[in-house]
Design a protein around this ligand. Structure first.
Ligand code: MCN
Length: 792
């Protein structure tokens, strides 16, 4: 079948390879490569007084040791600040190897390269670094008080203060019949991809060329950063992302120190060098997210309609800001979700702490924003005694108000405008799916059995598919095989399948003939990367446009050969044929042969298929002289703005009246990402997101002590939900197409995790009868809250 591939829930092409151990990850490569290891700071804040490597040189198998002083030129300069912003007045980035100060436990100070990783680690143990300890700043409260500074020249530890206001918030709050105030707290956490980061670099001395393999979400970014740092022409550097075992944001290149140092060492040593991150390194020296303290004031009327929303929050950005302040900006601009308050003001401070840096993690600031907004909605409902879904519905932006402009500026500085969505319809579906109106009876029955249950809800929108561009290249081989490449990378999202579906649909070829390559700068040098749920929108549309170009070319060539008009042709199962007269036909492979004059000269079958085209030269294919050779084409897609996906979740939880154990009994999702390329993949993405969200709500947090030591930096101590803790997830979809792109799609990759913390907090609050304001929440914490509320 080649029809209706778009929208079909077909099984993922890549899965047989990936689930049977056929995947090729970074550490499966470069077995003969030299190995790198790093001496990392054991202190959160210290001055480096001395580095003594004398003992280390005795180790057999050692190849080299480098400190900051050894790094030449741009390699020794601070790493770039990838996304500057006018309000980021005090942006700071780290050196690839710390120069004279360390600002978090895990910051790299010395790089060792040896014959293998064991030797490299042994050498690291023999290197002695003397430190002068400085006062560490740990946690938002400590950063806010400003008595100790992370960076001496950054007053109050404030990297940035930003404020956006729409309408007159003070006046609207003063005039509001009711007001409420909330203080909320979300702790730091981090994503845990199965495969850590990793880099392998090969230097070809004869050609002066560098080939990098990186477990990255942005191979073009790695290539560009390394070329710039090593002062190499872009044409002499290539970067390939092999199979990548999860990214979730942490593998976006800024670049990471190791992504610069390993290629640099490979060129210097003229040998292959590899580094793979171990789990401890992932905990202490990659990146975290989420940590925010929020203060909210809301003014509303008798109906629960929000007249003014005043939000202040403090964001923990860790020790450096390589990714700018993208996370708190997203919180502040996408916090409003599907609602339209009369007036809105959001002011935030992004604060330095002596902890590992913060970069976007699936959801990227939205889970925090959603928590603020949805806790506020529940508080209003509780105060007025109105059903929680009703309060939300009264504040919805309605479909007829789309496109909706909040009057805010998005993170890219452009106006934040929702393109489409039908929130009332989503709410109706969610209520039906979870059985909202029947819950009171269910609760009554549960209580009769001595059980305590609660129902929670949360709604969100997500700006997806941000620019600036992404490309697609399609080449139909003479065999009829269709090769598709796009420059962004895959970390498990199913791109090999969903992009193949688009091509199969657009070209009219069997999906089994379509082969997708991602993340290889040799195939597609211009690309941005996989993050911000952008691949489907960006590469999906670019690939569709490229396929349309190739289809038009194929029909043009076939029309010449078959001596018919191109409008009379169709492509079915890879065969170009005359509509209504399928006997007059040729395969796309044959068309490809004709687009390639030399190949045609050696292909008797193709000649036979076209001999009636009346060419004088039997070796010349019947194509126009000015047509470019090759049945291939490329296109780029560049959107005018983000497209907004949305969703609504509800959960039923049970809390044990004695032990305070929290169990999620049911989890329901209504999800709208516009037209779906593959509903099964979308569902898988939503499920993965919810699982991560359950982790963030109930288990996962980074526990630092006051000296800045991460106390739970291993899977022995960092609690993640297993399959036994992730509930069965019931999903239904709404498809409100985006009017902004040719395929009408919106992104789906992060959606699942955005509202989960808010939903579970809502459900626990409902079960317990008091508001949960701090997440994640453990049974111990819930038990303590119970005691506090019992005491009044
Ligand atoms: N899709 C679809 N129809 C739509 C939208 C999406 O069929 N309307 C499909 C896409 O074709 C793609 C998948 O759903 O196969 C996700 O698409 P998209 O929403 O564009 O997200 P990206 O591909 O850009 O992936 C990034 C996103 C992010 S930001 C994080 S974080 C995340 C996520 O994807 N990290 C992941 N999902 C992940 N899944 C896995 N397995 N591993 C990660 O690291």
């Amino acid at each position: 079948m080649t029809t209706s591939m778009f929208g079909a829930p077909i099984q993922r092409k890549e899965d047989p390879r990936l689930v049977t151990g056929g995947g090729r990850y970074l550490d499966d490569m470069g077995h003969r490569a030299l190995a790198a290891a790093f001496v990392r700071s054991p202190h959160a804040h210290a001055r480096i007084v001395d580095i003594d490597v004398t003992d280390a040189f005795e180790v057999d198998g050692l190849v080299g040791i480098w400190t900051h002083e050894d790094l030449p030129g741009k390699v020794g300069e601070p790493l770039p600040l990838l996304i500057p912003h006018p309000t980021l007045t005090h942006g700071r980035t780290q050196f690839a190897l710390a120069r004279d100060e360390v600002n978090y436990v895990g910051e790299a100070i010395v790089m060792v390269v040896a014959r293998d990783r064991y030797i490299a680690e042994d050498v690291c143990q023999r290197i002695r670094v003397d430190y002068e300890l400085l006062t560490p700043v740990v946690g938002i409260a400590n950063a806010r008080d400003g008595s100790a500074l992370v960076h001496e020249d950054v007053p109050g530890n404030v990297a940035c203060r930003m404020l956006q206001e729409v309408g007159d918030v003070d006046a609207a709050i003063a005039a509001a019949p009711h007001t409420l105030e909330l203080e909320l707290d979300i702790e730091r956490s981090a994503c845990m991809p199965m495969e850590g980061k990793g880099v392998l670099a090969r230097w070809d001395t004869d050609k002066g060329e560098l080939r990098i393999f990186s477990s990255t979400q942005t191979s073009t970014g790695v290539r560009a950063a390394v070329a710039a740092k090593l002062d190499l022409p872009l044409a002499k550097v290539e970067c390939i992302a092999p199979d990548v075992g999860g990214g979730f944001g942490v593998k976006i290149n800024h670049p990471w120190p190791e992504e610069v140092l390993i290629p640099w060492a490979a060129r210097l040593l003229e040998q292959e060098v590899k580094w793979t991150e171990d789990r401890r390194e992932h905990f202490i020296s990659s990146a975290h997210e989420r940590g925010q303290l929020q203060e909210i004031k809301v003014g509303f009327d008798e109906q629960g309609r929000i007249l003014a929303l005043d939000v202040k929050f403090w964001h923990d950005n860790g020790a450096y800001t390589p990714y700018g302040i993208i996370v708190p900006i997203i919180t502040s601009t996408q916090l409003l979700g599907p609602y339209k308050p009369g007036a809105y003001r959001c002011e935030f401070w992004s604060l330095y702490t002596n902890t590992v840096l913060v970069t976007p993690y699936r959801g990227a600031g939205r889970p925090q924003g959603c928590f603020a907004m949805e806790r506020t909605m529940d508080a209003i409902a509780e105060y007025l005694g109105i059903d929680r879904t009703e309060v939300r519905s009264r504040n919805f932006i309605l479909p007829e108000e789309m496109p909706y402009d909040h009057g805010l500026l998005f993170q890219d500085g452009r106006p934040l405008k929702y393109d489409s969505g039908d929130f009332p319809a989503s709410m109706a579906k969610l209520k039906a799916l979870v059985g909202w109106d029947d819950f009171a009876a269910y609760r009554e029955q549960a209580e009769a059995e001595g059980r305590r249950v609660g129902l929670g809800i949360g709604c969100y929108v997500e700006g997806t598919g941000v620019g600036p561009y992404e490309g697609g290249h399609i080449q139909i081989e003479t065999s009829g095989r269709v090769n598709v490449s796009t420059g962004l990378t895959s970390q498990g999202q199913g791109h090999e399948t969903s992009f193949a579906q688009i091509v199969a649909q657009e070209l009219g070829v069997p999906i089994g003939d379509v082969f997708v390559t991602t993340g290889d700068t040799r195939r597609m040098p211009y690309a941005v990367g996989t993050f911000a749920s952008r691949a489907a929108v960006m590469s999906g549309n670019a690939i569709a446009l490229a396929a349309r170009n190739v289809r038009a070319k194929a029909l043009r060539i076939a029309a010449d050969a078959l001596e018919v008009s191109a409008e009379d042709l169709e492509i079915v199962d890879g065969i170009v044929q005359v509509k209504g007269a399928p006997g007059t036909r040729m395969s796309l492979g044959t068309v490809s042969v004709m687009s390639n004059p030399l190949r045609y000269a050696f292909d008797d079958a193709a000649k036979a298929a076209t001999q009636f085209a009346g060419s004088n030269d039997p070796n010349k294919p019947p194509v126009a002289d000015d047509d470019e050779p090759g049945l291939e084409g490329k296109d780029f897609y560049s959107p005018t703005q983000a497209t907004f996906a949305n969703g609504m979740h509800a959960a039923i939880v049970e809390t044990d009246p004695v032990t305070a154990e929290i169990r999620v009994l049911r989890y329901c999702v209504i999800h709208d990402c516009g037209n779906m390329i593959n509903p099964m993949i979308v569902e898988g993405q939503v499920h993965g997101g919810v699982a991560q969200g359950v982790g963030g709500a109930l288990y996962e947090r980074m526990v630092y002590d006051e000296s800045g030591q991460l106390l739970n930096a291993s899977f022995m101590d960092f609690l993640m939900p297993y399959a036994s803790e992730v509930p069965h997830i019931e999903t239904d979809h709404l498809e409100t197409p985006s009017p902004l792109n040719p395929l009408g799609i919106k992104g789906a990759g992060e959606a699942g995790c955005i509202p989960v913390t808010a939903v579970i907090a809502s459900a626990i609050s409902d079960a317990e009868g008091f508001a949960i304001t701090s997440m994640p929440i453990s049974p111990v914490e819930l038990w303590e809250l119970r005691q506090r509320h019992a005491r009044g």
